[in-house]
Design a protein. Structure first.
Length: 188
């Protein structure tokens, strides 16, 4: 891992589609740990670091990106991981005024709290937590597809956030059936 391709995001990164408890595999793929990192467009420091790391990964991976061709395709012509949430997910409020990127790794990421103590309680790790993420960018060329990808290294959870997704709590699901003072409790 090159220092030029390594980035630690700012402390307000929101983690979505968080999969760090058990690896999951796409059909026909290898199991990996993964997360979608949502970075506010206001976090220009992190975004600048990401742009520089993508450029460094491009320069370091020119041989791989060239493939069987005579020239290396320009960076603007290949797939890169940083995407605009306003353009690609306009109906999802979590992605408004933000960029996002997907990071994965077959190796389990280290996960710590604000004091760098390991988090072992899996219920503490859900889509919506907020913190810093250590990532690394690298060039790839697989089956004619070329680009820059992002590896998930480690996570520092700094605070709880609003859980993302469509799941509602059990209390909300069954509130209409709540027994008034036990009057409907047939076991008593």
């Amino acid at each position: 891992m090159s220092k030029m391709t390594h980035v630690v995001t700012g402390p307000k990164t929101v983690l979505s589609y968080l999969n760090v408890n058990e690896p999951k595999a796409a059909p026909g793929g290898k199991p990996k740990y993964s997360a979608s990192l949502i970075i506010s467009k206001d976090d220009t420091d992190t975004l600048d670091k990401i742009h520089k790391a993508i450029e460094a990964a491009y320069e370091e991976g020119e041989g791989k990106l060239k493939g069987n061709g005579r020239t290396v395709p320009p960076l603007a012509a290949i797939k890169t991981p940083l995407r605009d949430g306003d353009l690609e997910r306009p109906d999802d409020p979590a992605y408004q005024n933000a960029f996002f990127l997907n990071a994965n790794n077959p190796r389990k990421p280290g996960v710590v709290d604000a004091h760098c103590n390991p988090i072992t309680d899996t219920s503490e790790l859900y889509s919506g937590i907020i913190g810093r993420v250590s990532i690394n960018f690298y060039a790839f060329s697989v089956n004619g597809n070329r680009g820059i990808a992002c590896s998930l290294n480690n996570i520092q959870k700094l605070e709880d956030g609003t859980p993302l997704g469509s799941q509602i709590s059990a209390a909300e699901d069954f509130a209409a059936f709540k027994a008034a003072d036990g009057a409907d409790d047939f076991l008593n």
